[in-house]
Design a protein around this ligand. Structure first.
Ligand code: ZN
Ligand code: ZN
Length: 247
């Protein structure tokens, strides 16, 4: 199974990359988590002949800005969008004229549904739990093709990341902060938090994404984390746009 980071910036696009989106290519489905501006590059990787599932973590614009590019795709087996319970009306208010083409007018079949906290069979298993963020935000655990992939952004430290990341083949967390930094007023994770969570969850691999655009101004600042934390977490994946991981 291939996983590709389509966008890895938090907040806004810079020379380091686009805002958040992750593509998981399973045997039967193409699955995308979040629709930041990176989603526009999905068609570099997918043939568009499998059903596409899109999971939205929350409605901050760095996670939905790319929705206006959905009209360029030709998903032959349709698009299934899932968002947190109670958020469809707000999402439809964002994805509509005069801003962009509404979901109902896309040039392929698209449907949108809400997910409650818990485990769902969609037909693959997805578990979603709330994270710690100023607005309601879900972390997602995908169980597919005998692999577990967990994506948790945006959030401060919480038990739900550990539960979602339990024994994951790949745990992806945000990394809004630099090592040693904290932001109690608007919680995010620093690399030490992410490693601590991955340890507690017994995740097999850990990848960092959603690097704060104002915090990590160059890719070298991201790459420095690999050296700094090589002993604490050997093989730490520091995501950049278009990085592909094989699971
Ligand atoms: Zn964000
Ligand atoms: Zn956010």
């Amino acid at each position: 199974m291939q996983l590709t980071f389509l966008g890895t910036n938090g907040w806004f696009d810079t020379a380091t990359g686009n805002t958040c989106s992750v593509l998981v290519q399973s045997e039967e489905y193409d699955i995308i988590i979040d629709a930041g501006n990176g989603i526009a590059r999905a068609d570099r990787y997918i043939t568009q002949d499998k059903p596409v599932f899109l999971f939205i973590s929350h409605l901050h614009i760095d996670h939905i800005a790319g929705l206006h590019t959905l009209v360029k795709f030709r998903f032959k087996k349709g698009l299934h969008i899932f968002t947190r319970q109670g958020s469809v009306a707000d999402l439809n208010a964002f994805v509509r004229e005069p801003y962009t083409v509404p979901f109902s007018d896309l040039p392929y079949h698209a449907e949108i549904a809400e997910l409650a906290e818990g485990r769902h069979s969609l037909p693959f298993t997805v578990e979603c739990r709330p994270l710690v963020h100023p607005v309601p935000c879900f972390g997602y655990r995908l169980e597919i093709d005998k692999k577990v992939i967990t994506v948790c952004t945006d959030t401060g430290v919480c038990d739900n990341i550990i539960e979602l990341g339990r024994d994951a083949d790949l745990l992806i967390t945000e990394c809004g902060l630099k090592p040693g930094e904290e932001s109690p007023g608007w919680p995010h994770l620093n690399p030490e938090n992410a490693i601590d969570i991955a340890r507690q969850a017994h995740a097999k691999r850990l990848a960092l994404m959603h690097f704060g655009a104002e915090v990590y101004r160059t890719l070298d600042e991201r790459y420095a984390l690999q050296l700094q934390f090589e002993k604490e977490w050997p093989g730490l994946i520091v995501a950049t746009d278009d990085l592909t991981v094989t699971l």
